[in-house]
Design a protein. Sequence first.
Length: 218
Amino acid sequence: MLLLSSIASAQEKNVAQFVIWEPKAGQAQTFETGYQQHLQWHATNNDPWDWYGWYFISGPRSGQFMDATVDHTWQDFDTPLKPAEDGADNKLHVYPFADLRAVMKLQKVISCGNNTGLQSRLLRMITLSVTNTKDAITITGKLKEQLHSSCLYLYKIVDGGDLNQLILLLGYTTYNEFGKDADFPEMLEQPDKQMPENVIQHITSETLVFKREMSRLH
């Protein structure tokens, strides 16, 4: 059973940043090397933030890389670690080999209470386009008894994307587990029908693989 934890205050550690990179043609390996060198900058400077890294392996963003830092307050982003030096190292080791596609700030509204699921071998990223985010959060929360994911995380986009979208992350160890939730859209139908009007307008599913060597976790 998934444990739900709702976030009540904007000052709680519920803010995440997702960044998406697209390696330039023929530069995938060089990008990886440069990104790892940039992570080493964070290690050398004792950065207290965790950084997760994944590659998209399905959907139109297949081959792109997403990194994330999670569980922050908004105030944390006012005092990042050595921003000028961080930016300079990023421009040296990462920007020459990849195009920056997106930078998003999100708020976590549901989780399993820990970040272990973010390190799952497979991470299913489901984007929900909705008419009412509050009702959509209620609908998604009702799935906790049905899903076979090791952990569920639900984020609402605050900046850098469509504000009428929610991002659902589901962690799986195997495709066998993944397949048990293949009928995810059908799971949403019944709670959606219980609302005064349909809330879920569109669902997009993509799969990511966790790259420990492209992550820095304490």
